[in-house]
Design a protein around this ligand. Structure first.
Ligand SMILES: NC(=O)c1ccc[n+]([C@@H]2O[C@H](COP(=O)([O-])OP(=O)(O)OC[C@H]3O[C@@H](n4cnc5c(N)ncnc54)[C@H](OP(=O)(O)O)[C@@H]3O)[C@@H](O)[C@H]2O)c1
Length: 281
């Protein structure tokens, strides 16, 4: 069932507050320039999403420095990828991330993808240890299904504050969202623009036109209005700025329902083995 809220600027989970709208830095194909992240910070984003796997941590670190925005005002997320989920590898990956980012801590450290070959009983204490050592202020997971989420919570000595997972109008994540909420976790939507697939959608186009907004703004507002977070990516400074302007209008109940009805069986972009469009993401 679709729930709707006034689109809060921040998400709350286990007493932690994080900016709902963040900036994604997966390079997809090619590279990412520090200018893009600087543009995001200058446009008002205070939540930046990166990952060891993306190869963009160094760029993000550089951009944070160039932007002049004080480190403590930025909610910085990084992730440990599936190959490094054994305790020793995990600790090294976190240290490598901090070095590349040129910071002493991240605000949120996520397990990027589960790995069936490495038991969660080894990974979750390693995640908690990074928090206890002050290398991560908060911890969470990405791409965990409901059963794995239950296990992870039981095995982690620290609270998991966030689940990051694919979510956009073409993919119904109601069950996963409800599971995250039942554990008091924030849900952050990745590929919130369907990685570009939403832009020719006639329903989104009609709503966007009637409101004088872009399709991206409509899709992001739809997520925000359900109380989700989202981390859109763009390489274009104007689109980066426009994507942040989603807090000054609202969608009607009817529009929310019409967008929810766009869900489809083949709407998923990231496949269950952790590959997105042919590459790890
Ligand atoms: N945890 C995970 O496993 C995982 C997996 C995938 C992604 N993520 C995170 O989620 C972030 C977002 O996902 P994503 O980058 O895959 O896809 P996305 O944000 O859904 O879509 C990005 C695409 O949309 C285009 N775009 C953005 N704003 C636009 C606008 N206003 N108008 C027209 N086109 C626009 C971009 O092109 P232009 O650059 O030309 O604007 C780009 O091609 C990633 O960067 C990453 O940080 C996490």
């Amino acid at each position: 069932m679709l729930t709707t809220s006034p689109a809060p600027l921040t998400l709350q989970a286990h007493g932690v507050e994080m900016p709902a709208l963040g900036f994604g830095t997966s390079p997809m194909t090619g590279s990412m320039a520090a200018d893009e992240v600087v543009a995001a910070l200058k446009s008002g984003y205070r939540h930046i999403d990166t990952a060891r796997k993306y190869g963009t941590e160094h760029t993000v670190g550089e951009a944070m420095r160039l932007s002049g925005v004080p480190r403590q005002q930025i909610f910085l997320t990084t992730k440990v990828s599936h190959e490094y989920l054994r305790a020793d590898d995990f600790a090294k990956s976190v240290d490598d991330s901090l070095k590349a980012l040129r910071t002493d801590y991240v605000d949120l450290l996520l397990v990027h993808w589960p790995n069936p070959e490495i038991p969660l009983s080894e990974t979750m204490p390693a995640l908690a240890k990074a928090k206890r050592q002050g290398k991560a202020r908060h911890v969470g997971v990405a791409n965990f299904n409901i059963a794995l989420l239950d296990q992870a919570i039981k095995l982690c000595p620290e609270p998991l504050i966030c689940l990051q997972a694919e979510c956009h109008p073409y993919l119904d994540q109601t069950k996963l969202l409800n599971a995250a909420r039942s554990h008091g976790m924030a849900f952050v939507a990745y590929c919130p623009l369907g990685r570009g697939r939403l832009f020719s959608d006639p329903v989104l186009g009609e709503i966007a036109q009637s409101r004088g907004r872009s399709i991206a703004q409509i899709a992001l507002r739809w997520l925000m209005q359900q109380g989700l977070g989202a981390i859109p990516r763009s390489s274009n400074p104007q689109r980066i700025a426009d994507n942040f302007k989603v807090f000054d209008f609202s969608l009607s109940d009817d529009e929310m329902k019409r967008i929810a009805a766009l869900k489809r069986a083949n709407g998923r972009i990231a496949d269950p083995s952790g590959r997105v469009s042919g590459g790890w993401d």
